[in-house]
Design a protein around this ligand. Structure first.
Ligand SMILES: NC(=O)C1=CN([C@@H]2O[C@H](COP(=O)(O)OP(=O)(O)OC[C@H]3O[C@@H](n4cnc5c(N)ncnc54)[C@H](OP(=O)(O)O)[C@@H]3O)[C@@H](O)[C@H]2O)C=CC1
Ligand SMILES: N[C@@H](CCO)C(=O)O
Length: 428
């Protein structure tokens, strides 16, 4: 039998403990499947004495993740600490520079430093894998890099942040306000240490940027992702969307166009009966469209110990089997710098505004829309007690630029309070 594949695991939190647990429980099965024993040589975390619910007594301990990453008895460095910089970056760089393979679940690290890390890995003859970084347990990196390698990818979209989907689902099915649903998600331990990574759309934006790099053979361009979080979505929006047969989702879409690479992660209305509309709770869904394969829908747990550790194991098993792929599916030097493009494709939009309920007010709003070239499909003013009325408008398909112009014009009207909220209606 071949020599064991020796791991150094930095980070023994939710995901790290999950990986240790699977390796302890399924050692024989994994060896049968890979033809090679997978052994943990050493581990690292912040606090040595913590009870982690799994025995780590058999493994050497390193206080310093960089020292762990470069140990002679470590073939694969498994980075499960998190964070775009700090020890995660330092230890990953050290491992790659020492020619060791790296497996990580860290989307922030790769979204910010994916290109230089891929270059260091390839120069050192090492591989850098990150299945767990996007959509938790869903094997979406493998699907794009391997299963769909014979396709031109025409579009990738999906719900990639379970926390946001949980919050939006609870607002929809339990009638909770945004703040109540946020507090519930917090109580369940769903939120990242910095909750803005979740609700600000940043975490999902990181994931989308990684998928776009593989799908289009481009350098990771997280800074070019058009980002809008879910903080502006109200219970009234959720109810109005439901009335019209839609659900609100934090939806990521990326596609290559003649003008450049479009990447957006924004709250959108999707048909309630569509697969994305029916996605509830913390589940993720990624939809991939290829020129030959058509549409593929992948759905599953986007987070949590078991699903995320399952994805980490998939990368480790690949390395044990000798599968060696470039980080983003083609050599790092061949990845192109995409021109960022804003979406210009016309779409219907949902618009909510606060209108002073007095004669001629609605006519002024209609004029602002009309002068920007935006045509109204449906309009509804809800009953209200104070002088400011909630007004909802669904437009016919409109160019995003025209809608922006209309929104600015409406915001400048003396009969409109604040900036109207606009959400794209996505046909999926
Ligand atoms: N949780 C999930 O469902 C998912 C997580 N991920 C990603 O997986 C990675 C790990 O996440 P998760 O397990 O949830 O994180 P946790 O916060 O649960 O665990 C982080 C671990 O890293 C250790 N750690 C943190 N900082 C340091 C440091 N400076 N030096 C050494 N060890 C350190 C912590 O040590 P200690 O325990 O001693 O404090 C802890 O064991 C992140 O990149 C995350 O984005 C990806 C998909 C899903
Ligand atoms: N905070 C992330 C964890 C998984 O990446 C989510 O809610 O989806």
């Amino acid at each position: 039998m071949t020599e064991p594949l020796r791991l150094g695991i930095a980070g023994l939190g939710t995901v790290g403990v999950g990986v240790v647990r699977i390796l302890r429980q399924k050692a024989a099965l994994i060896t049968e499947r890979t033809g090679r024993e997978i052994a943990i040589s050493a581990v690292s975390a912040r606090s040595r004495g913590k009870d982690r619910g799994v025995s780590i007594a058999d493994y050497a301990w390193e206080d310093d993740p960089v020292a762990l990453a470069t140990r002679d008895d470590v073939d694969v460095f498994v980075e499960l600490m998190g964070g775009e910089d700090g020890p995660a970056k330092a230890a990953t760089e050290a491992a790659l520079a020492a020619g060791k393979d790296v497996v990580t679940a860290n989307k922030a690290l790769l979204a910010h430093h994916g290109q230089p890390l891929a270059e260091v890995a390839e120069a050192a003859g090492a591989v850098l894998r990150f299945e767990a970084a996007v959509a938790g347990g869903i094997p979406v990196i493998k699907a794009l890099t391997e299963g769909l390698a014979g396709n031109d990818i025409t579009r990738v979209m999906g719900v990639m942040n379970g926390t946001c989907n949980y919050i939006l689902t609870r607002m929809e099915d339990a009638g909770l306000t945004y703040d109540e649903a946020f507090a519930e998600a917090d109580g369940l331990g769903y939120l990242e240490a910095d909750p803005n990574l979740d609700v600000g759309g940043i975490d999902a934006g990181h994931k989308l940027a990684l998928l776009a790099a593989i799908a289009y053979g481009t350098r990771v361009a997280f800074d070019a992702v058009e980002l809008q979080g879910i903080g502006s979505v109200t219970i009234e929006d959720i109810r109005a969307a439901a009335d019209m047969g839609y659900k609100i989702k934090l939806l990521g879409v990326c596609q290559m166009t003649g003008r450049g690479l479009e990447q957006r992660m924004t709250p959108c209305l999707v048909p309630a009966a569509s697969p994305l509309g029916q996605l509830t709770g913390g589940t993720n869904m990624v939809v991939i469209e290829g020129d030959h394969v058509g549409q593929i829908v992948l759905r599953g747990a986007g987070a949590g110990e078991g699903p995320t550790a399952s994805a980490v194991l998939s990368d480790i098993v690949d390395i044990a089997r000798g599968t060696r792929l470039p980080t983003f599916g083609k050599p790092a030097a061949a990845l192109t710098q995409a021109t960022p493009a804003k979406s210009v494709a016309p779409a219907p939009f949902y618009v909510r505004l606060a209108l002073h309920d007095k004669p001629g007010a609605l006519a002024k709003v209609a004029t602002a829309l009309g002068e920007a070239g935006v045509s109204i499909d449906r309009m509804r003013q809800y009953g209200h007690e104070d002088p400011v009325a909630p007004v909802l408008i669904v437009t016919h398909k409109a160019a995003p630029d025209a809608l922006e112009k209309a929104l600015s014009a409406m915001a400048a009207l003396d009969v409109v309070d604040g900036m109207p909220v606009a959400l794209r209606i996505e046909t999926v």
